[in-house]
Write a protein that binds this ligand. Sequence first.
Ligand SMILES: [Zn+2]
Ligand SMILES: [Zn+2]
Ligand SMILES: [Zn+2]
Length: 1003
Amino acid sequence: MPETTDTMAEPKPLKSTLNLPETSFAMKANLPVNEPLRLAVWQKQDLYAQIRAARAGSPKYILHDGPPYANGAIHLGHALNKCIKDFVVKTKTMAGFDAPYVPGWDCHGLPIEIKVDEQLGRKKLEMDPLAVRKACRDYAQKYVDLQRSQFERIGVFGRWNDPYLTMSYAYEASIIETFYDFFEKGFVYKGLKPVYWCIHDRTALAEAEVEYEMHTSPSIYVRYKLTSNPAQIDAALGNQPVWTIIWTTTPWTLPASLAVAFNPELDYVALRNADGNVYIVAEALAAQTREASNLTEATEIARFKGTRMDRVTFQHPFLDRSILGVNADYVTTEQGTGAVHTAPAHGADDFYTGAKYGLSQLCNVDAAGRLRNGLPEYEDLQVFKANPKIIDLLVAREALMGRSEIHHSYPHCWRCHNPVIFRATEQWFIGMETSMNTSPTPMTETEIAAAEELFNDPLDKSEPDEAPDAILNLKTGVLLTSDPERYQTTFRQRALREINNVVWDPSWGRERIYNMIETRPDWCISRQRIWGVPIAVFLCEKCHQPLNDRAINKSIVKLFHRQGADAWYKHDVSSLLPTGTACPYCGNAEFRKEMDILDVWFESGASWHAVLDVEPDLHTPADLYTEGGDQHRGWFHSSLLTSVGVRGTAPYKMVATSGWTLDEQGRAFSKSLGNGVDPVDIAKRLGGEIVRLWVASVDFREDVAASENLMQRVSDNYRKLRNTLRFLLSNLSDFSPSTDAVPFAILEPLDQYILARLAQLTTRIRSAYEDFEFHRAYHALNEFTNTDLSALYLDVLKDRLYTFAPNHPARRSAQTAVWRIAEALTRLIAPILSFTADEVWEHLPKVEGRETSVHVALFPEIATIIPGNTNTLLDNWQKLLEVRNEVLLSLEAARQSKLIGKGLDAKVVIEASEPVYPLLERYEPSLKELFNVSQVTLAHIEHREQKTVVTTLAAEGAKCARCWNYTTDVGDDPRYPTVCLRCAEALNAIGYPPYTASSEPQA
Ligand SMILES: [Zn+2]
Ligand SMILES: [Zn+2]
Ligand SMILES: [Zn+2]
C-alpha cells in the first residue's frame, strides 16, 4: 500500500478511482487520410508477400481474375467485382488456404485502338503499324497503372507489382500458342461467310459484340418479272405478264440480289390486277401485300404450293441479271410477301441457300460499307446513304410497288453503337462441330441394365428387347454407351458436357451458357485491326492455302516470347520462314503473312493457359471465376471454349456471377441522370472502407443499388461498428492476456453466455463466407454488435468493468470476454474492413508470437472461444433474457410513475414458478447485473407454470457515492464512510487514502 501523505491536500475525487475506458484507438476514423498511410505501410512491409509466405504449403484456393479492360478509370461495377474477389481471397486465406491473387488486364482490342486513332488523327495514316501498336501499348499501360492504383486504394490485396497483361510478350506468345493448338488439331478454317460487320469500325463483330437497338429503315415492296414460262407454274398463268413481289428493309442489298426464296410448304396465290399484270405472293400474306402494293382490286386466278416456284427465273429489277426462284423453309408468313429476296453475301440464311443452289457469294460492299461494281446511281455510296438512291432507281425502272418506313429492333455495334450490316468476308473460324476424336465413356454392367430397364416399356411388346446405343447421364452430362466406337464427340458436345461439371452460382447461369453454346454459330476469331495478336499464319501466294507446320508454328511462339507479337509486323516472310519452305498443296515457295488479328475474347479466354498453367503458384482448373452476369457470352464463354478445345475440360470448377450496379430507383447510372456513384470519389470523401462495406451489404447475385444516400447510410453503420470496437479496446488497457485471462469454466455466467453467442456468430459468419454470402456475414455482424453487445452485454457490464478493483476476478472475467470478442471480431471483419481490422489489431492487447498483421492471421477457432457444447447455457440464458424483458417493462412503468429514476434506484421482486424459478435461483448472483438494478429478490410460486410476476420497488439502503448502487452496507468500512463495502474494497486495493466524513472527497 502506498504511503499516505500527511499534507492536507484535497483527496482525489472518487470518480478518478473508476477504471474508466482508455484507448489510443481514435473515435474518428479519418479514413480518407489514414487509409493511404496504412497502404504505404503495407507496401513497405510487403504484406502480400508475408501472407504468401505464411500460407506456403497450405491447400490452394485459386480465384482466377477476369481481366478488366485497360481503358479509363474504374467505375462502381469494377469496385463491386474486385471487392467480391478480394473478399473471396481474404476469407479463403484466413480460413487457412493458400489463395494467391494475380490480377490481370485485357489490353488489346478495338476500344483502345479507336481512342488512339482519335488521338493520332490523320497522322495515323502515315504511321508504321509498329508505331501505332506502340501508341496503343502506351495507352493501355497508362490505364493499367491508373486502375491498379485505384484498386489498391480500396484495399484490394494481390500481386499488383506483377499482374498479368494480355499485351505482355509472354502472354502474347501464349495466345498464339493456344491458337496454334486449335489450328494444328483442325478446328480452324478460313471461309467466306456473312458476318456482322461494323462499317464504322471496319471490322467483323462476334455475336457477343452486337446489341439490338431501335432503328428506322425503309420498308419497300419491289416486283421481279418472271422470265421463265408461267404456264409451268400453273396453267392459268400461261401467256400473261407474271411477277412476284418481294419486301425488304435493306434496299442496299438489292444489287446483291441473286434469288427469290419461296417456302415449298406454303400456299401461294396469283393475283391479276386491272392492268393485266399477275402477281405471285403467299396466300397468308396476300391481304397485306395487296394493301401495301396498291393491288386491292386484283383477283385471284390461281393457287399452288411454293414448290412450283423452285428454279423458275426472274429479271433483276435494275441489273442485267437472271434471278433464280429457290425453295427455303425459313420463309415464314410473319411479315413480307412470302417471296424473299436473297443476297447470299448479306445474310446467314441467304448464304446457305446460295451455297445450296450454287450462287455466287461475292460481296460488292467494301469494309467501309460502300457499294462497289454497281450502277453509277449508287456506286461508291455507303449502304445507308445508297438506300434512297436505290429506291429512286426502282421508281425509275417501275419496279417499286409500295414504300413506307419501319421502326424496328436492329443489330448495332456494341462499341460505336452504329447499325451494323451482314457482309460476306473472308474470316477465320473455329468450327463448333469439329470432332474431338473421343469416345463416350463405356457403360458399366449396371448402367447397361438400367438403360435396358429405362428403354423397354414392359407394356410395349411390338419391339424386340434391345438396349439403346447410348444414354446421356443427366446428372453428369456424360454420354454413356455400350458401343464407344460408334460415338464421336464434337467440340460443341464436349463443351456442353463440361458445363455440367461446373458449379454455377446462381444456378440459372448453367442454363444461360448452355443455351448459348448449344446454338452459337462457328466462332469467328478474326478481326481486321492492328492492336492485337495477329493470326500468325503464312498463306500460299499461289493457292492461298494456309501453311500449317508444327515446327514453324513453334518457332513463331518462341519469337513472340522474345519480341512480342510486334515481331509479326517487324519481320518479313523470308526472315520468318526457313529457306526452302514450300506449299504442301502446290509446291509454290512464295508466302504472305495473314494480317488479321485474333478476337480479344480469344485472348482473354486463353488466360487459363497464359496465367494459370504458367505460374508455379497457380493451377488449372481454377476453383472460381467470378464476373458480371454478362460474361456468359463473354469471358466465361470464350474461356470454356479455348480450354475444352485444347484440353477437353472446363478451366473452372465454379462460376459465380454478380448483377448490375443501379441507382435506388433501379436505373442504370448515366451522366445525364447525374445518379453516378464513383468509387474513387467515395474513397476520397468517405473512405475505401465504405466502398467495401457497401459491397458486403448487398447480395451481389442480384442487381445492386448504390447512391450517395446509401453510401452515407453505410458510413453511419461503419461509425457504430467502430465505436463498438473502440469501446472493447478501451476496456482492455490494463489487461494482459497471458497473466489476466480467466479460464472459461470460472468465467462469470454472463461472460460465458456472451462467448457462447460469439461462437455462434463465428460459425454463422464463417459459413456465410464459405458460401460467398457476404451480405449474410454483414447482417450477422450488425445484429451481434447492436443487439448482443450494445443493447445488452456492454451496457450492463459497465458496473463491473468500471467500479470493481482492477484485479478483481469478476472484472478480469469481463475483460477476458471483452478481449475474446475483440480478437474474434477483428479477425472476422478483416476480409471486409481490411483497413480498420488492421488498425484494431495494433491496439489489441499484445500476445506473444502473434502475427504482425491480422491479414496474416487465421479466423478464430470455436475451440478458443468455448470449450465445447454450450447449448444448455444458451437455452438457460434465452429464458433469463425473457425474464429480463419482463423486468425492463416493469422498470419502465416505475420510471413513468416517478417511483425510480435510473435502474440502480430500483429493487425488483420476481415471483416465479417452475421451471423459471430454479433457473433464476441458480443464476441469482448474476441477475442484479443482468437487469442493471441495485437489488433482486426472488419469490417462489407453488403452482407450476404460473406466469412470472415482476414488481419494482425503491431500492433499499443508501446510495454508494462511488458506484451509485443502493446497498445496506454503505459506510460499513469506517475508512471509506460514503461508499459500499465493494467499493471500499476496491479503494483499499488501489491504495486510496482513507477519509472521514469531514474530509469526504468529491464523488
Ligand atoms: Zn462499331
Ligand atoms: Zn500453294
Ligand atoms: Zn459502491
